[in-house]
Design a protein around this ligand. Sequence first.
Ligand code: B16
Ligand code: MG
Length: 210
Amino acid sequence: MIKGIIFDLDGVIVSTDKYHYLAWKKLADREGIYFDEKINNRLRGVSRRESLNIILEKSNKIYREEEILAMLDFKNNIYRSSLINLTPQDILPGVVELLDYLDAKGIKKAIGSSSKNTMYILERIGLTAHFNVIIDGTMITKTKPNPEVFSKAQKQLELEPQECLVVEDAIAGIEAAHNANIKACAVGDAALKQVGDFNLKSILDVKEII
Ligand code: B16
Ligand code: MG
């Protein structure tokens, strides 16, 4: 029986993925590195540092550590500036209805995100108080597909893995759920690629599974 749902944030609750793309694109253009939407899909759910490593696969230049750190800051500053415009209207369709439904059913809710900007994003969209547990990029040492983020959320929910479901848009996130022995509902890019245990057209289809 499902007693808790662990939601990824970016691409599931809110479409900050487009802002990540635009900020990385600015950095790649500045550095003269080829970057497109296909490469961007590999960054979904992956930490900031690991995302830059993937982008730098297309570069021949060897960067010094301080240059890497400066690039991470450059990207995050652009990304943070775009988050200022986030409002509750940016919550993805069906999310609020699903959260209310889970409340009515007494099912616990958690966030399991790789983002170090999670708390800021949740505050901007007014959803912080809706979650029993929030695990984000500041609380983990290993990025998805490592199971750390979801295992931590599952333990803090005080549930067993088989009592939880993860909702994810990233292939790396679906793998992370599986590595945590938790079944995964795929939405967005991951659903298109049919990598979930359940591949959903709408997040509201979670209602049919629990
Ligand atoms: P930040 P999620 C992930 O969020 C994003 O999908 C990924 O593109 C990003 O690099 C990562 O957060 C780190 O984000 O730079 O804000 O710390 O999908 O796990 O909610
Ligand atoms: Mg995501």
